[in-house]
Ligand binder design. Structure first.
Ligand code: IMP
Length: 431
Protein backbone atom coordinates (compact mmCIF):
# COMPACT_ATOMS: atom_id res chain seq x y z
CA UNK A 1 0.00 0.00 0.00
CA UNK A 2 1.68 3.15 -1.19
CA UNK A 3 0.14 6.27 0.41
CA UNK A 4 1.48 8.43 3.25
CA UNK A 5 0.05 11.73 4.31
CA UNK A 6 1.26 14.54 6.50
CA UNK A 7 -1.43 16.51 8.31
CA UNK A 8 -1.10 19.47 10.67
CA UNK A 9 -3.09 18.84 13.83
CA UNK A 10 -3.36 22.41 15.10
CA UNK A 11 -4.12 25.75 13.40
CA UNK A 12 -1.44 25.45 10.73
CA UNK A 13 2.24 26.39 10.75
CA UNK A 14 3.26 23.12 12.41
CA UNK A 15 6.43 22.95 10.26
CA UNK A 16 4.96 20.26 8.03
CA UNK A 17 7.27 21.33 5.18
CA UNK A 18 10.24 19.87 7.01
CA UNK A 19 8.54 16.50 7.55
CA UNK A 20 7.41 16.37 3.94
CA UNK A 21 10.95 17.15 2.87
CA UNK A 22 12.33 14.33 5.06
CA UNK A 23 9.78 11.82 3.73
CA UNK A 24 10.04 12.89 0.10
CA UNK A 25 13.00 10.68 -0.68
CA UNK A 26 10.95 7.61 0.21
CA UNK A 27 8.24 8.57 -2.30
CA UNK A 28 7.69 8.88 -6.06
CA UNK A 29 5.00 11.58 -5.93
CA UNK A 30 4.37 14.53 -3.60
CA UNK A 31 0.84 15.90 -3.81
CA UNK A 32 -0.72 19.21 -2.67
CA UNK A 33 -4.48 18.66 -2.67
CA UNK A 34 -6.21 21.59 -0.89
CA UNK A 35 -5.71 25.23 0.00
CA UNK A 36 -3.62 27.54 -2.10
CA UNK A 37 -1.14 30.34 -1.65
CA UNK A 38 -2.45 30.88 1.90
CA UNK A 39 -0.03 28.12 2.91
CA UNK A 40 3.62 28.82 3.48
CA UNK A 41 6.05 25.95 3.70
CA UNK A 42 9.61 26.61 4.77
CA UNK A 43 12.24 24.05 3.83
CA UNK A 44 15.90 24.42 4.77
CA UNK A 45 18.30 22.47 2.56
CA UNK A 46 22.10 22.88 2.82
CA UNK A 47 21.62 26.04 4.88
CA UNK A 48 19.46 27.52 2.13
CA UNK A 49 15.93 28.51 3.12
CA UNK A 50 13.11 28.05 0.61
CA UNK A 51 9.68 29.50 1.27
CA UNK A 52 7.07 27.86 -0.91
CA UNK A 53 3.37 28.61 -1.04
CA UNK A 54 2.00 26.55 -3.89
CA UNK A 55 4.78 24.33 -5.14
CA UNK A 56 4.93 21.07 -3.21
CA UNK A 57 8.08 20.97 -1.03
CA UNK A 58 9.15 17.89 -3.02
CA UNK A 59 10.13 20.21 -5.89
CA UNK A 60 13.56 20.44 -4.24
CA UNK A 61 14.18 16.69 -4.56
CA UNK A 62 15.25 15.28 -7.94
CA UNK A 63 13.24 12.42 -9.41
CA UNK A 64 10.01 13.15 -7.54
CA UNK A 65 6.86 14.09 -9.43
CA UNK A 66 5.19 17.04 -7.70
CA UNK A 67 1.47 17.40 -8.16
CA UNK A 68 -0.84 20.34 -7.51
CA UNK A 69 -4.10 18.40 -7.53
CA UNK A 70 -7.69 19.34 -8.32
CA UNK A 71 -8.69 20.51 -4.83
CA UNK A 72 -6.15 23.34 -4.77
CA UNK A 73 -7.17 26.90 -5.64
CA UNK A 74 -4.46 28.15 -7.92
CA UNK A 75 -2.96 31.60 -8.15
CA UNK A 76 -1.05 31.19 -11.43
CA UNK A 77 1.05 34.31 -10.89
CA UNK A 78 2.30 32.89 -7.61
CA UNK A 79 3.24 29.51 -9.13
CA UNK A 80 5.19 31.30 -11.86
CA UNK A 81 6.96 33.50 -9.29
CA UNK A 82 7.97 30.44 -7.29
CA UNK A 83 9.23 28.65 -10.40
CA UNK A 84 11.20 31.76 -11.41
CA UNK A 85 12.72 32.11 -7.97
CA UNK A 86 13.88 28.50 -7.95
CA UNK A 87 15.32 28.93 -11.46
CA UNK A 88 17.24 32.03 -10.35
CA UNK A 89 18.71 30.13 -7.42
CA UNK A 90 19.50 27.12 -9.61
CA UNK A 91 17.35 24.93 -7.36
CA UNK A 92 14.37 22.64 -7.79
CA UNK A 93 13.15 20.39 -10.56
CA UNK A 94 10.37 22.28 -12.34
CA UNK A 95 10.17 19.67 -15.11
CA UNK A 96 8.62 17.39 -12.49
CA UNK A 97 5.67 19.68 -11.75
CA UNK A 98 2.15 18.64 -12.77
CA UNK A 99 -0.86 20.89 -12.19
CA UNK A 100 -4.46 19.73 -12.40
CA UNK A 101 -6.57 21.12 -15.21
CA UNK A 102 -9.46 20.83 -12.72
CA UNK A 103 -7.88 23.20 -10.16
CA UNK A 104 -9.88 26.39 -9.75
CA UNK A 105 -8.14 29.63 -10.63
CA UNK A 106 -7.84 32.72 -8.43
CA UNK A 107 -8.58 36.01 -10.18
CA UNK A 108 -8.23 39.68 -9.12
CA UNK A 109 -11.91 39.79 -8.06
CA UNK A 110 -11.20 37.10 -5.46
CA UNK A 111 -8.63 39.32 -3.76
CA UNK A 112 -11.07 42.23 -3.77
CA UNK A 113 -13.82 40.03 -2.31
CA UNK A 114 -11.47 38.61 0.34
CA UNK A 115 -10.73 42.13 1.58
CA UNK A 116 -14.40 43.07 1.59
CA UNK A 117 -15.76 39.91 3.21
CA UNK A 118 -13.16 39.25 5.90
CA UNK A 119 -15.63 39.64 8.71
CA UNK A 120 -17.48 37.17 10.81
CA UNK A 121 -20.87 38.72 10.38
CA UNK A 122 -22.30 37.09 13.52
CA UNK A 123 -20.28 39.09 16.03
CA UNK A 124 -17.93 41.33 14.07
CA UNK A 125 -14.67 39.49 14.89
CA UNK A 126 -12.53 39.30 11.77
CA UNK A 127 -11.63 35.87 10.42
CA UNK A 128 -8.28 37.45 9.63
CA UNK A 129 -7.77 35.67 6.32
CA UNK A 130 -4.43 35.68 4.58
CA UNK A 131 -6.00 37.93 1.90
CA UNK A 132 -5.01 35.48 -0.84
CA UNK A 133 -8.52 35.14 -2.32
CA UNK A 134 -8.90 31.58 -1.02
CA UNK A 135 -12.43 31.74 0.44
CA UNK A 136 -13.93 33.69 -2.51
CA UNK A 137 -12.42 31.26 -5.03
CA UNK A 138 -13.81 28.24 -3.17
CA UNK A 139 -17.15 30.04 -2.90
CA UNK A 140 -17.25 30.46 -6.68
CA UNK A 141 -16.21 26.84 -7.15
CA UNK A 142 -19.17 25.61 -5.15
CA UNK A 143 -21.46 28.24 -6.71
CA UNK A 144 -20.32 27.18 -10.22
CA UNK A 145 -21.73 30.06 -12.27
CA UNK A 146 -18.67 32.35 -11.82
CA UNK A 147 -15.90 29.78 -11.57
CA UNK A 148 -12.94 29.17 -13.88
CA UNK A 149 -10.83 26.03 -13.78
CA UNK A 150 -7.30 25.93 -15.10
CA UNK A 151 -8.40 23.81 -18.08
CA UNK A 152 -10.92 26.52 -19.05
CA UNK A 153 -8.06 28.92 -19.78
CA UNK A 154 -7.16 26.83 -22.85
CA UNK A 155 -10.69 26.94 -24.37
CA UNK A 156 -11.82 29.48 -26.93
CA UNK A 157 -14.82 30.38 -24.74
CA UNK A 158 -12.60 31.83 -22.00
CA UNK A 159 -12.65 35.45 -23.21
CA UNK A 160 -16.44 35.53 -23.17
CA UNK A 161 -16.53 33.79 -19.82
CA UNK A 162 -14.18 36.30 -18.21
CA UNK A 163 -16.22 39.20 -19.68
CA UNK A 164 -19.40 37.72 -18.24
CA UNK A 165 -17.87 37.21 -14.78
CA UNK A 166 -16.19 40.63 -14.67
CA UNK A 167 -19.48 42.33 -15.46
CA UNK A 168 -21.19 40.61 -12.54
CA UNK A 169 -18.25 41.04 -10.17
CA UNK A 170 -17.92 44.76 -10.93
CA UNK A 171 -21.55 45.21 -9.94
CA UNK A 172 -21.32 43.24 -6.70
CA UNK A 173 -17.93 44.64 -5.66
CA UNK A 174 -19.07 48.22 -6.25
CA UNK A 175 -21.88 47.54 -3.79
CA UNK A 176 -19.49 46.02 -1.22
CA UNK A 177 -17.01 48.88 -1.13
CA UNK A 178 -17.66 52.45 0.04
CA UNK A 179 -18.31 54.83 -2.88
CA UNK A 180 -15.16 55.57 -4.87
CA UNK A 181 -13.01 52.90 -3.18
CA UNK A 182 -13.45 50.18 -5.77
CA UNK A 183 -11.75 50.46 -9.15
CA UNK A 184 -13.77 48.45 -11.71
CA UNK A 185 -11.92 45.46 -13.17
CA UNK A 186 -11.05 45.38 -16.86
CA UNK A 187 -12.00 42.10 -18.54
CA UNK A 188 -9.74 42.43 -21.54
CA UNK A 189 -6.54 43.08 -19.58
CA UNK A 190 -7.40 40.24 -17.18
CA UNK A 191 -7.99 37.94 -20.14
CA UNK A 192 -4.64 38.89 -21.66
CA UNK A 193 -2.80 38.43 -18.39
CA UNK A 194 -4.33 34.99 -17.73
CA UNK A 195 -3.71 33.88 -21.32
CA UNK A 196 -0.02 34.63 -20.70
CA UNK A 197 -0.08 32.67 -17.43
CA UNK A 198 -1.80 29.76 -19.18
CA UNK A 199 0.89 29.63 -21.88
CA UNK A 200 3.63 29.70 -19.29
CA UNK A 201 2.03 26.86 -17.29
CA UNK A 202 0.99 24.78 -20.31
CA UNK A 203 3.82 22.19 -20.05
CA UNK A 204 2.75 21.37 -16.48
CA UNK A 205 -1.03 21.14 -16.90
CA UNK A 206 -2.67 17.72 -17.12
CA UNK A 207 -5.37 15.44 -15.72
CA UNK A 208 -3.74 14.79 -12.35
CA UNK A 209 -6.64 12.63 -11.13
CA UNK A 210 -5.85 10.12 -13.87
CA UNK A 211 -2.12 10.47 -13.22
CA UNK A 212 -2.51 9.80 -9.50
CA UNK A 213 -5.03 6.98 -9.89
CA UNK A 214 -2.71 5.18 -12.30
CA UNK A 215 0.24 5.79 -10.00
CA UNK A 216 -1.63 4.42 -6.97
CA UNK A 217 -2.87 1.40 -8.92
CA UNK A 218 0.70 0.72 -10.10
CA UNK A 219 1.92 0.73 -6.50
CA UNK A 220 3.89 3.98 -6.80
CA UNK A 221 4.55 5.66 -3.47
CA UNK A 222 2.45 8.79 -2.93
CA UNK A 223 3.05 11.45 -0.29
CA UNK A 224 0.15 13.81 0.40
CA UNK A 225 1.15 17.20 1.77
CA UNK A 226 -1.65 18.77 3.81
CA UNK A 227 -1.75 22.55 4.05
CA UNK A 228 -2.97 24.55 7.08
CA UNK A 229 -4.05 22.48 10.09
CA UNK A 230 -7.00 20.28 10.99
CA UNK A 231 -8.49 22.87 13.37
CA UNK A 232 -8.90 25.14 10.30
CA UNK A 233 -10.93 22.48 8.45
CA UNK A 234 -14.07 24.08 6.96
CA UNK A 235 -16.33 21.27 8.20
CA UNK A 236 -14.64 20.09 11.37
CA UNK A 237 -12.59 23.04 12.64
CA UNK A 238 -13.39 26.15 14.68
CA UNK A 239 -15.95 27.39 12.14
CA UNK A 240 -16.26 30.15 10.94
CA UNK A 241 -12.65 30.89 11.95
CA UNK A 242 -11.33 28.34 9.50
CA UNK A 243 -10.00 28.18 5.98
CA UNK A 244 -12.32 27.20 3.11
CA UNK A 245 -11.06 23.67 2.44
CA UNK A 246 -10.89 20.33 4.24
CA UNK A 247 -7.48 20.76 5.84
CA UNK A 248 -7.82 17.72 8.12
CA UNK A 249 -7.18 14.20 6.84
CA UNK A 250 -10.73 13.97 5.51
CA UNK A 251 -9.80 16.19 2.55
CA UNK A 252 -7.15 13.98 0.98
CA UNK A 253 -9.38 11.89 -1.25
CA UNK A 254 -11.71 14.66 -2.37
CA UNK A 255 -8.83 17.01 -3.14
CA UNK A 256 -6.56 14.53 -4.91
CA UNK A 257 -9.03 12.04 -6.42
CA UNK A 258 -7.17 9.16 -4.77
CA UNK A 259 -9.43 6.85 -2.75
CA UNK A 260 -8.69 6.36 0.95
CA UNK A 261 -7.86 2.69 0.40
CA UNK A 262 -4.52 3.78 -1.08
CA UNK A 263 -3.53 5.70 2.04
CA UNK A 264 -1.93 3.51 4.66
CA UNK A 265 0.05 5.90 6.87
CA UNK A 266 -1.06 9.19 8.38
CA UNK A 267 1.54 11.25 10.17
CA UNK A 268 0.14 14.02 12.37
CA UNK A 269 2.37 17.03 12.91
CA UNK A 270 2.17 19.10 16.11
CA UNK A 271 4.23 21.87 17.55
CA UNK A 272 5.48 21.27 21.09
CA UNK A 273 3.17 24.20 21.95
CA UNK A 274 0.30 25.88 20.08
CA UNK A 275 0.03 28.82 17.71
CA UNK A 276 -2.75 30.45 15.78
CA UNK A 277 -2.75 33.31 13.29
CA UNK A 278 -5.87 35.29 12.52
CA UNK A 279 -9.07 35.47 14.56
CA UNK A 280 -11.02 32.83 16.46
CA UNK A 281 -10.92 31.09 19.82
CA UNK A 282 -7.67 29.70 21.22
CA UNK A 283 -8.22 28.15 24.68
CA UNK A 284 -4.56 27.88 25.73
CA UNK A 285 -3.45 31.27 24.39
CA UNK A 286 -0.82 33.03 26.51
CA UNK A 287 -1.16 36.76 26.27
CA UNK A 288 1.80 37.25 28.61
CA UNK A 289 5.64 37.12 28.71
CA UNK A 290 5.64 33.31 28.29
CA UNK A 291 3.62 33.72 25.08
CA UNK A 292 6.12 36.34 23.92
CA UNK A 293 8.99 33.98 24.85
CA UNK A 294 7.51 31.29 22.58
CA UNK A 295 6.95 33.84 19.78
CA UNK A 296 10.52 35.12 19.97
CA UNK A 297 12.24 31.74 20.24
CA UNK A 298 9.96 30.12 17.67
CA UNK A 299 10.13 33.11 15.29
CA UNK A 300 6.37 32.92 15.27
CA UNK A 301 5.58 35.35 12.47
CA UNK A 302 3.53 34.23 9.45
CA UNK A 303 5.50 32.84 6.49
CA UNK A 304 2.97 34.33 4.07
CA UNK A 305 1.75 37.49 5.82
CA UNK A 306 4.46 38.09 8.51
CA UNK A 307 1.67 38.59 11.04
CA UNK A 308 2.74 37.78 14.64
CA UNK A 309 1.25 34.43 15.58
CA UNK A 310 -0.68 34.00 18.81
CA UNK A 311 1.13 31.50 21.07
CA UNK A 312 0.08 29.19 23.91
CA UNK A 313 0.56 25.83 25.61
CA UNK A 314 -0.01 22.53 23.87
CA UNK A 315 -3.71 21.68 23.82
CA UNK A 316 -4.13 17.92 23.96
CA UNK A 317 -7.93 18.08 23.88
CA UNK A 318 -7.72 19.71 20.46
CA UNK A 319 -4.89 17.51 19.18
CA UNK A 320 -6.52 14.27 20.35
CA UNK A 321 -9.65 15.32 18.46
CA UNK A 322 -7.79 16.15 15.25
CA UNK A 323 -5.66 12.96 15.50
CA UNK A 324 -8.84 10.92 15.56
CA UNK A 325 -10.45 12.99 12.81
CA UNK A 326 -7.44 12.54 10.52
CA UNK A 327 -6.87 8.86 11.37
CA UNK A 328 -3.37 9.61 12.62
CA UNK A 329 -1.05 6.64 13.16
CA UNK A 330 1.91 8.49 14.64
CA UNK A 331 2.96 11.98 15.62
CA UNK A 332 5.88 14.25 14.75
CA UNK A 333 6.58 16.84 17.46
CA UNK A 334 8.12 19.99 16.02
CA UNK A 335 10.01 22.94 17.54
CA UNK A 336 10.81 21.21 20.82
CA UNK A 337 13.88 23.46 21.04
CA UNK A 338 11.61 26.49 21.54
CA UNK A 339 10.56 25.21 25.00
CA UNK A 340 14.13 25.16 26.40
CA UNK A 341 14.77 27.65 29.18
CA UNK A 342 11.33 27.59 30.80
CA UNK A 343 11.02 26.68 34.51
CA UNK A 344 7.90 24.69 33.82
CA UNK A 345 5.84 23.59 30.85
CA UNK A 346 2.09 23.04 30.77
CA UNK A 347 -0.15 20.72 28.82
CA UNK A 348 -3.89 21.30 28.55
CA UNK A 349 -5.34 17.88 29.35
CA UNK A 350 -9.07 18.72 29.58
CA UNK A 351 -11.54 21.58 29.31
CA UNK A 352 -13.96 22.82 31.90
CA UNK A 353 -17.21 24.17 30.60
CA UNK A 354 -20.06 25.22 32.94
CA UNK A 355 -18.17 23.58 35.80
CA UNK A 356 -18.02 20.22 34.02
CA UNK A 357 -14.80 18.61 32.90
CA UNK A 358 -14.65 17.24 29.38
CA UNK A 359 -12.17 15.80 26.86
CA UNK A 360 -14.52 16.58 23.97
CA UNK A 361 -13.62 19.40 21.58
CA UNK A 362 -16.80 21.51 21.27
CA UNK A 363 -18.51 21.72 17.89
CA UNK A 364 -19.67 25.33 18.32
CA UNK A 365 -17.26 28.22 18.32
CA UNK A 366 -19.07 29.95 21.20
CA UNK A 367 -18.41 26.91 23.39
CA UNK A 368 -14.74 26.81 22.36
CA UNK A 369 -14.59 30.45 23.49
CA UNK A 370 -16.08 29.55 26.90
CA UNK A 371 -13.88 26.61 27.86
CA UNK A 372 -11.41 26.88 30.71
CA UNK A 373 -8.27 24.83 30.02
CA UNK A 374 -7.26 22.35 32.72
CA UNK A 375 -3.47 22.14 32.87
CA UNK A 376 -0.97 19.56 33.95
CA UNK A 377 2.34 21.22 34.88
CA UNK A 378 5.66 19.49 34.25
CA UNK A 379 9.17 20.65 35.13
CA UNK A 380 10.93 22.45 32.28
CA UNK A 381 14.51 22.09 31.07
CA UNK A 382 17.23 24.73 30.73
CA UNK A 383 19.47 22.94 28.25
CA UNK A 384 19.37 23.76 24.55
CA UNK A 385 18.37 20.66 22.59
CA UNK A 386 19.28 21.75 19.06
CA UNK A 387 22.29 19.39 18.88
CA UNK A 388 20.49 16.33 20.31
CA UNK A 389 20.19 13.54 17.74
CA UNK A 390 18.57 10.79 19.83
CA UNK A 391 15.69 10.60 22.28
CA UNK A 392 18.11 9.54 25.03
CA UNK A 393 20.29 12.61 24.39
CA UNK A 394 17.39 14.93 25.28
CA UNK A 395 17.25 16.33 28.84
CA UNK A 396 15.25 13.94 31.09
CA UNK A 397 12.50 16.55 31.59
CA UNK A 398 12.11 16.96 27.82
CA UNK A 399 11.86 13.18 27.49
CA UNK A 400 9.21 13.11 30.23
CA UNK A 401 7.27 15.88 28.46
CA UNK A 402 7.26 13.98 25.17
CA UNK A 403 6.25 10.69 26.85
CA UNK A 404 3.34 12.42 28.54
CA UNK A 405 2.24 14.14 25.32
CA UNK A 406 2.26 10.82 23.47
CA UNK A 407 0.33 9.11 26.25
CA UNK A 408 -2.31 11.87 26.36
CA UNK A 409 -2.80 12.02 22.61
CA UNK A 410 -2.83 8.23 22.48
CA UNK A 411 -0.41 8.00 19.55
CA UNK A 412 3.30 7.10 19.37
CA UNK A 413 5.79 9.86 18.63
CA UNK A 414 7.78 8.92 15.55
CA UNK A 415 9.86 12.03 15.13
CA UNK A 416 11.01 15.03 17.16
CA UNK A 417 12.37 18.15 15.51
CA UNK A 418 14.90 20.28 17.40
CA UNK A 419 15.70 22.87 14.74
CA UNK A 420 14.90 23.85 11.17
CA UNK A 421 17.64 21.83 9.42
CA UNK A 422 17.03 18.36 7.98
CA UNK A 423 19.72 17.03 10.36
CA UNK A 424 18.07 18.49 13.46
CA UNK A 425 15.67 15.58 13.65
CA UNK A 426 15.31 12.66 16.03
CA UNK A 427 13.72 9.53 14.67
CA UNK A 428 12.07 7.28 17.23
CA UNK A 429 11.08 3.77 16.31
CA UNK A 430 9.14 3.21 19.54
CA UNK A 431 8.36 5.79 22.21
P1 IMP B 1 -7.78 32.00 4.46
O1 IMP B 1 -7.33 30.58 4.30
O2 IMP B 1 -6.80 32.98 3.86
O3 IMP B 1 -9.19 32.22 4.04
O4 IMP B 1 -7.75 32.33 6.03
C1 IMP B 1 -8.68 31.77 6.95
C2 IMP B 1 -8.01 31.52 8.30
O5 IMP B 1 -7.04 30.48 8.16
C3 IMP B 1 -7.24 32.72 8.86
O6 IMP B 1 -7.35 32.69 10.28
C4 IMP B 1 -5.82 32.46 8.46
O7 IMP B 1 -4.90 33.10 9.31
C5 IMP B 1 -5.77 30.95 8.59
N1 IMP B 1 -4.78 30.34 7.70
C6 IMP B 1 -4.88 30.13 6.38
N2 IMP B 1 -3.78 29.53 5.91
C7 IMP B 1 -2.98 29.34 6.95
C8 IMP B 1 -1.69 28.72 7.10
O8 IMP B 1 -1.08 28.20 6.16
N3 IMP B 1 -1.19 28.71 8.36
C9 IMP B 1 -1.86 29.22 9.42
N4 IMP B 1 -3.06 29.80 9.33
C10 IMP B 1 -3.60 29.85 8.11
Amino acid sequence: MPGTCVIGLQWGDEAKGKIVDLLTREHDFVVRYQGGANAGHTVVVDNQTYKLSLLPSGILTPGVTCVIASGVVLNPARVIEELDELAQRGAGNPENLRISDRAHVIFPWHFAEDRAFDKNTSDGENIGTTGRGIGPCYRDKVGRSHAVRLGDLYRSSIRQRIEHIVEAKNRSLAALYPAGEFQPLDASSIHKQYADYAERLRPHVCDTTELLLSAAEDGRRLLFEGAQGALLDVDHGTYPFVTSSNSSGVGISSGSGVPARFINRVLGVVKAYSTRVGGGPFPTELDNPTGQYLRDRGNEYGTVTRRPRRCGWLDVVAVRYTSRLSGVDAIAVMLLDVLSGLDEVKICTAYEIDGKRTMRFPSHVDDVRRVQPVYETLPGWKEEVTTCRSFEALPPNAQAYLRRVSELIGRPIQMVSVGPDREQSILISKS
